[in-house]
Design a protein around this ligand. Sequence first.
Ligand SMILES: [Zn+2]
Length: 346
Amino acid sequence: MTHRYCAARFPRMPGARPGVKGNRLRLIRETAFKWLNGTTITYAFYDRPARWKAGESQMDVVRRAFALWKSLGIGLEFLEVARVRDADVRIAFDQSDGSWSYVGTDVLNQPRSQPTMNFGWSLTEDPAEGLDTALHEIGHALGFPHEHQNPIAGIEWNEAAVYRSLAAPPNRWSRATTFRNIIEKIAPDTVAGSRWDPNSVMHYPFEAGLILRPERYRRGLTPKGGLSARDRKWVRHFYPPIKAKARRLTPFQSTPLALSSGQQAEFTFTPDATRRYTFATFGEADTHLAIRSVAESPRDAIAEDDDSGTDRNARVTMRLEAGRPVRVQVRMRYIATPGNAAVMAW
Ligand SMILES: [Zn+2]
């Protein structure tokens, strides 16, 4: 049988700055569209136009998929809101449009009037496939690419057969869509012992005759279904559980950042006087630094800076009120020597 596939809408990667290449460029790009851990991602379903609306049972599959990702203990929060205009992830069920999603924080770049995720087939007809489809599209919204495009996989395609198969029903894809979602190789991940995971929920099943190598998949490849062990490990790498008590930053004291590339640390800082404060990272590293209010909506970064691909360090200066704590988040996007970086407030 020919499978129905997701046609993800991948963002254009930011251009490389002069001198930024190799491992550093690859790592910066890997977190280019990842959310800061601790973010509450809101989602909503369309109730009009009618062709974008689905019944409760369809929406429940998507809700269950969000809950499954959350049940891994990740630091992101998912919140269903009533109005699509208020949601980061806007979900339609246009049955004429296939299944797809924008990737990671690129959803924030889309017009508020438009969906960022679509389900183009019933999620309840085959319940296991339906749940996997929802897990897969949410995986994109969390910033994950297609696992079968991981160059480590070393998949060698029968390209003519792949283009032919995808041009036919039920997918009816253009060559460009097939290239972007199957043939093209993307940056490999960086989890220790990194390898290909043919059981990832981000991996498509493939019918016989599409894969030439590895030879054992010539007769087809079917992922086990559900979230694989590596899916679980991988999402917790970028979005680890939030510790109940974040470490405190003390003014004028440098705090080491024991982070590898892709990881994030979270601190609290309570100003002892009302004045301007500066927060900065140090070391040969690329960091995304965000200062957020504790009291108000955690969505609102008061200020942020990202030094990725430059030879300066992230630095934010702002006025804070005595006794009103803030959250300080540092995403390590690239570190030359793990451990050789620090953050300080003064
Ligand atoms: Zn996909």
